[in-house]
Design a protein around this ligand. Structure first.
Ligand code: DI6
Ligand code: FE
Length: 401
């Protein structure tokens, strides 16, 4: 089926025009992919088309990519939020066995169906804003069976919802209580889980939380070596709370992305630029933890490191379910331009997942599209708490609303 959509304003996000803007645009959706994109007046004569649709001047962008989420978990941490407002810090709570570990317990106690239903409800919130691809990390199971279960729930979301899901194994998220005092043993053990996760088709990439309250650079390196041995790409929660040199380490392994990066050094930036590693900035966590250390945006920009923006949705540090709000916060808090923030949730978000087939409106790209009741995408960077997404297409198929 080849459908020609006409009379659209297109933010293609392709170079060299700002926003890849086409004021009077048209696009041909050919099955799952885009067959042709351009100005309405330049539609090739004799373009074979089965149907033509007038979009009435609506704005069309690539479908959004949320390249960093921890969507599958049990329970919530609203009570912990309240504790923090009475003076406890995130780190104090984590050290006292709360934090990630309390979500671990709730996740292990939840049934597969409960985990799926909760995660599907969260995914639908993201999808309502035009998100067509998300990454989901494990990291709240922290045993072989529970990590596999969470990854399987993520895979099932990708099968049952009109959404592409990429999965990442993040067993190195926190130390599970049964390994108390035996962190090295836990790292050995989680490395042993990887081949079976891969064999069962559960995992697309490997991540670790490298920080002083989590795993060391040496442990991270062991995990990355194991991933490389299996041919799995790596990503890293790097320099969120302190500078551990994690970004440079990840870059040495050709990491797809380094994420958070508030404490990133100049050496880390240079290593990422050299390796082509994407910087994933997470304004939701920065905001919710009331961080004051800004990621080095100007230096990342100057070094030409591609910047992506994501929700980091998780119950502890970023319980946000709006990628549009992250576009706004990337601008207000991190001083990205609206176009940079939009690239961060389209083409650069896709690149942070190793996906070159989406994030742009261009021939050959997947027909993942969002249609907006807006004149220009900068409006979604400016306004917040407002969702003008009217329609979304996943692989050329319009999603029911
Ligand atoms: N960094 C974070 O901000 C989240 N995980 C991570 O590695 C926090 C996860 C949580 O508190 O549950
Ligand atoms: Fe995260």
């Amino acid at each position: 089926m080849r459908t020609l959509y006409r009379h659209a304003r297109l933010a293609t996000m392709t170079d060299p025009v700002p926003w890849g803007w086409i004021e009077h645009g048209a696009l041909l959706v050919d099955g799952e992919h885009l067959g042709w994109v351009g100005a309405d007046g330049e539609i090739p004569a004799g373009l074979a088309v089965d149907a033509e649709v007038d979009l009435g001047g609506a704005l069309v962008t690539p479908g959004l990519v949320d390249c960093h989420t921890h969507l599958v978990y049990g329970g919530d941490r609203a009570a912990e939020f309240e504790l923090r407002l009475r003076g406890a810090s995130y780190e104090q709570i984590a050290r006292a066995g709360g934090g990630i570990r309390s979500t671990l317990a709730a996740t292990r106690h939840a049934s597969d169906a409960a985990l799926f239903d909760a995660a599907a409800a969260r995914a639908r919130c993201l999808m309502a804003e035009g998100v067509t691809t998300i990454e989901i990390k494990s990291g709240y199971g922290l045993s072989e069976a529970h990590e596999a279960r969470c990854l399987a729930v993520a895979r099932r979301l990708g099968r049952e919802l009109p959404l592409t899901v990429r999965t990442t194994s993040l067993a190195a998220h926190a130390l599970p209580p049964e390994f108390e005092g035996r962190q090295e043993d836990y790292v050995d053990t989680l490395i042993e889980w990887l081949p079976s996760q891969l064999g069962a088709g559960l995992v697309d990439a490997v991540d670790a939380f490298c920080d002083h309250i989590a795993f060391t650079p040496a442990q991270t390196e062991r995990i990355f070596s194991a991933a490389r041995h299996l041919g799995l790409p790596v990503k890293l929660h790097a320099e969120q709370l302190s500078d551990q040199g994690g970004a440079a380490l990840a870059a040495r392994f050709g990491a797809l992305s380094c994420d958070h990066l508030e404490h990133l050094s100049g050496a880390g930036i240079a290593a990422m630029a050299e390796a082509g590693t994407v910087a994933v900035l997470l304004p939701g966590a920065y905001y919710f933890l009331r961080d004051t250390q800004l990621p080095p945006v100007a230096a990342l920009r100057a070094a030409g490191v591609p910047i992506a923006i994501a929700t980091d949705h998780n119950p502890g540090s970023s319980p946000v379910l709006s990628l549009l709000l992250m576009i706004n916060m990337a601008c207000t808090l991190f001083r990205l331009t609206p176009e940079e923030a939009w690239r961060g949730v389209t083409v650069h978000g896709a690149r942070a997942l190793g996906l070159a087939d989406r994030g742009l409106l261009a021939p050959g790209q997947r027909a993942d599209l969002a249609v907006w009741d807006a004149e220009h995408p900068r409006e979604m960077a400016y306004r917040f708490g407002h969702n003008p997404c009217r329609r979304a297409f996943h692989g050329g198929v319009e999603r029911p609303r």
